[in-house]
Write a protein of this length. Sequence first.
Lengths: 314, 356
Amino acid sequence: MRSVSACALAVLAILASACSSTQAAPQPQPTVPAVSSPAASTFPMTLTDDAGRKVTLPKEPRRIVSLASSNTEILFALGLGDRVVGVDQYSDFPPAAKEKPQVGSFVKPEMEKILALEPDLVLGTEMHVKTTLPELEKRGLTTMIVTPKGVRAVLEGIKLLGQATGRQKEAETLVGTMGNRIASVEARWKGATPVRTFFELSPELYTAGPGTFVDDMVRAAGGSNVAANAGKEWPQLNQESLFLADPEVILLADHGSAGGQSPQSVAARPGWQQVTAVKTGRIFEIDPNLTNRAGPRVVDGLEMIASRLHHGKP
Amino acid sequence: MVEVAAAKVGVTGKRRVYSVGRYGVALAALLMASAAGVMVGKARLDPGTVLAILLSRLPFTDFTPWWPASFEAILLEVRLPRIVMGGLAGAGLSVAGATYQGLFRNPLADPYLVGVAAGAGLGAALAMAMPLPPGLYSLGVVQLAAFLSALLTVGLVYSLARVGRSTPVTTLLLAGVAVGSLASAATSFVMYSQGDKIPVIYAWMLGGFNITGWQQVTLAAPPVVAAALVLSLLGGVANVLQLDEDQARSLGVNVELVKVVLIVCATLATAAAVARVGLIGFVGLVVPHAVRLLWGPDYRSVIPLSALLGAAFLVTADAAARLLPGPQEVPVGVVTAFCGAPFFLFLLRRQKRSVF
């Protein structure tokens, strides 16, 4: 059982950090004053990261190790691909990220590999605060936690990273475009009756509960998460409760080889024929990488969810 | 022969063993648990509606449904199969626990100690990690792999533990723990190397009855019922095994053959339960002890009574789990541990005489 619970921790950690965060961590500070008025970066620079720590960067980082796919995507989007010298196992986007040296798993990166890359900045998420971060600090590495907790928080995360890497202008441009796209989705569905939505992580009905990234995205896209009052971030939804909530749309993150589910298999489950989403055929396979990563593609995920929720409406 | 053995281990007479009263009590407990299970759930269906939905399914009754279709699905496709599966799993784990305890003459023996549960977990993890066509998964390939792997694990444990022609209890337990650890380690490795499938495997291992349907019930019922019946009939031989093995042999019992039969049946019951509902602890350990404390150590009654009481216990625990507020599922294993441990301690305090 010991190894089962070890695995359990690892999984929850992956889910939690990939999709959003736990409440245990400190609230992100209202970032840095410089964000509102982008000025040229001056190093050395002191910033407050998403774990509430003061981080001093002696000079513009040139050798960056990213321990999470979300931050890797932000770095590449800011044009810093050539400064990324190491990534975790899940950093697979953009394709160039896959060519970078790997420093081990996202949950438990390998200290030796990180040290061998001689990074001048190591980027982690909330996942790493209690385990990896102390180890890195002990060895004198400069570390920063960037771990946005909602769709709009991603914009702040991008600005923070832009500032830390001397890429404010690029960050402002990116955030501007993303902000517009988020605003147009929100504006389109504001005030409309929310579409009852079930986000399936596994055929055992594990789902994303309140306080998660997915929950926030569904709401922003004009939906209401049927697990919104489940009381925890990654609950297993009771099947009776699911039937009572009667979702109008089911989003499958466990399709294909990862879980073997498909709209057909969901429709064939005993008792599911009376669920509105099944009756109306609104069951969709979605790419979890678009909904789980707090990076630039979050807007793609948001637009994708909105189009699924309001199928057939302009 | 059996009576001689029973007398030697301090169990007296036929009368008490076959007395109807204790079976009546256990059966009543199971019926009450099932009735409670039908009535309670996240969906608050009132008893009248529940009865009407059930009656409407009988021939020659004529009801115009006043309830929404979702109620019918909840009761007939979610709640009922869940209760039946709870009963089967509780019975399977409990008869297996009783048998392992008698077989190894060790009060701590339960389906986990001999590596069966870990073996089942490894099989399931492998099946989920392999790139099999999706159609196979809906046919229950995961459960089948868990089942086969559990049988393989016990086979391995048993052959490792064999010294010459006999199988000493200590080596059997040691081999069980070692092979079980190996299977757990292998499971961890499978999960570690299949990052994208971790949530899927993890969700399965946590187990539970949330998505139990009639199909799972029909797959689990034959092995559990068959194993429970055979083991119940072998209670007398289990009594003999409580003697010194040489004494047992002198009574004309083929000790090795008996051990193999008992192990195969107990493993069948465990694997069938674990493969459907995941890892649920405490049932196989607590229920047989409770039966022994209530009605004495004669295996002729311990095994069948464990089946009935184990079923009642797990059905009740699952109903209790469904009573907790909120739309999320509470793992039934948490409930079994929370009710099982204090109940066990209470019985132990009340009746301090040695029962093993």
